[in-house]
Design a protein around this ligand. Structure first.
Ligand code: PLA
Length: 523
């Protein structure tokens, strides 16, 4: 196959308008395994001050070209415009109708393409992305034909028969919706008004003064993930200097979300493997050490993946430090009602921060507590100091949403609005949620009992009982987790997390054998 070369960089294109800023950062020649093809590669960078913000990537149609290139792209040297023009490289790579992309005032797209040969896909250089560490586990599970297999990867509630579950109250709400025969016109950018009202009230309490005073900007989002992403885009636009702080460990997608939104982040200590508990001192020290005005991402309840939440007293101390440091708390509430079985108890961390008068961001999800996974229903709430600020913030969230997805889907929003807004359905939901949370608590207990009975090593497994929510963070390392999957067909994330929502009482013993084997026989 004939090689095609594509060199591109991402950076502020306006920098290229300054001739002085131009620098050939690295140049190299590579010979592919086919001697007929000799390819010059020129990577164009910026002067050193700008290099940090410059991403350069080079893609090759022929994989054989790239290793040689890697070896020779190390020596930076300067080349003037005329040198570019006088070299073959310049003509081929940069020449565009005789002009240079670096001419002052010329707007240039930041992409250089040199086609050395034809008949090759323009996407040859697109590399294979790795499978998602969580959703990829489900794909692997589906491909496994062993009948003992068990999917404890994704946090999705299953019945005792290990079947997906649609809540009865959801079915009822859907029947009501069908009877009403409502239309499918576009929602406004901010989503369904009845949903936005219901979701803010569910989170903060209907009689919370911040709601009454109109200080909450609520925008319907594409479930928890989409709401977090919208907030991250907002942070990037309005707080370009700010950093996000993420717990270590955290739900894996948090890092992706901030990376994609180009919000720099760092981690704060959270989990202490020695105590299999919260590293509270470490957390406080790291939150204190972060630059003032950072966005501190907190799991409102049922911390994923550890299942370890701060106590109410610890939450107060965390709030003290956040307030002292002028940080902005950013809650991810993906499991309201699933930690304790009670919606209000699980919102108490958020409510206590709000009652201090703090401005707070809160992303919500109805994937788990209403089982609306695929409906993609959630919200981003920004509690502001004044109604005026809330109005402006909301207008900007809408402005960010419009070019991304225009407006959100209606079906899930109607279900939530109907369930929360109808006292009878609301009570049924609470009862069903208690049932779901109760089933998880039962298997948690059963797993602990079984491990304590079968494991003769004297290891203390009581940490499993202290964890809450859907997950248990087993302490199994990557290799041990791989053994769980490869030998026992137990699918789980490689950080040692198991979703107890995917476990039945009947499977506890099998899981116990798998854990004991992996823990003691695999280093
Ligand atoms: N925030 C946290 C802490 C989560 O655990 C999840 C889902 C979300 C947000 C987003 O969920 P949503 O977009 O569906 O509302 N975490 C799952 C699924 C349950 C996943 O990874 O997407 C998990 O297995 O960790």
């Amino acid at each position: 196959m004939r090689p095609t070369l594509v060199a591109e960089w991402a950076s502020s294109t306006s920098l290229f308008r300054s001739r002085k800023a131009c620098r050939i950062y690295s140049a190299c020649a590579a010979r592919s395994s086919d001697p007929a093809w000799f390819v010059f590669v020129v990577l164009v960078g910026l002067k050193q001050s700008a290099m940090a913000g410059t991403v350069i990537s080079v893609a090759f149609a022929s994989p054989s070209v790239s290793p040689a290139t890697r070896e020779c792209h190390k020596v930076p040297f300067e080349v003037s415009k005329s040198e570019i023009n006088s070299s073959g490289v310049g003509r081929h790579v940069l020449g565009r109708g005789g002009g240079s992309p670096f001419r002052i005032g010329k707007k240039y797209s930041g992409r250089v393409t040199m086609t050395v040969a034809t008949n090759v896909s323009r996407f040859e250089g697109v590399t294979m992305a790795p499978p998602d560490p969580i959703l990829g586990v489900t794909e692997a599970f589906k491909a496994d034909t062993n009948e003992l297999k068990l999917n404890l990867g994704v946090g999705a509630y299953r019945t005792e028969e290990l079947q997906p579950y649609v809540l009865r109250v959801v079915k009822k709400a859907e029947t009501l919706l069908l009877e009403k025969g409502e239309n499918k016109e576009y929602l406004p950018i901010e989503g369904l008004a009845a949903f936005n009202k219901a979701t803010a009230e569910l989170l903060l309490g209907a009689d919370n003064p911040v709601i009454k005073e109109g200080r909450v900007a609520t925008v319907q989002g594409l479930s928890g993930t989409g709401s977090l992403r919208l907030a991250a885009a907002f942070i990037q636009r309005y707080f370009p200097e700010a950093k996000a702080l993420i717990s270590s460990p955290s739900w894996g997608n948090h890092k992706n979300i901030f990376n994609d939104a180009r919000v720099p982040w760092s981690e704060y200590r959270y989990y202490d493997p020695r105590t299999i508990g919260l590293d509270f001192e470490g957390m406080i020290a790291d939150v204190k050490a972060a630059p003032d005005g950072s966005f501190v991402l907190l799991h409102g309840c049922a911390h994923n993946p550890t299942g370890i939440d701060p106590t109410p007293e610890q939450w107060e101390k965390i709030a003290d430090v956040i307030q002292e440091k002028n940080h902005i708390p950013f809650f991810d509430v993906a499991y309201q009602g699933f930690a304790s079985g009670n919606l209000d108890t699980d919102a108490s961390s958020v409510r206590s921060f709000v009652s201090r008068g703090l401005e707070v961001l809160v992303a919500q999800s109805y994937s788990k507590n209403l089982g609306l996974y695929a409906e993609r229903i959630g919200a981003i709430n920004v509690v502001c100091a004044s109604p005026d600020a809330a109005t402006r913030v909301k207008s900007q969230l809408k402005r960010l949403a419009r070019p991304m997805y225009s407006n959100p889907p209606i079906h899930g929003a109607r279900i939530v609005a109907n369930v929360v807004g109808n006292p009878e359905l609301f009570n049924e939901w609470k009862a069903e949620m208690e049932l779901m949370a109760g089933r998880i608590k039962n298997v948690r207990q059963a797993l602990y009992d079984s491990l304590s009975e079968k494991d003769k090593s004297g290891k203390d497994w009581s940490f499993i009982l202290r964890q809450i929510g859907m997950f248990s963070f087993t302490g199994l390392n990557k290799v041990q987790s791989e053994n769980m999957t490869n030998k026992w067909h137990v699918y789980m994330t490689k950080d040692g997390r198991i979703s107890l929502a995917g476990l039945s009482l009947a499977k506890c013993e099998y899981l116990t054998d798998a854990i004991i084997d992996s823990f003691h026989n695999v280093s």
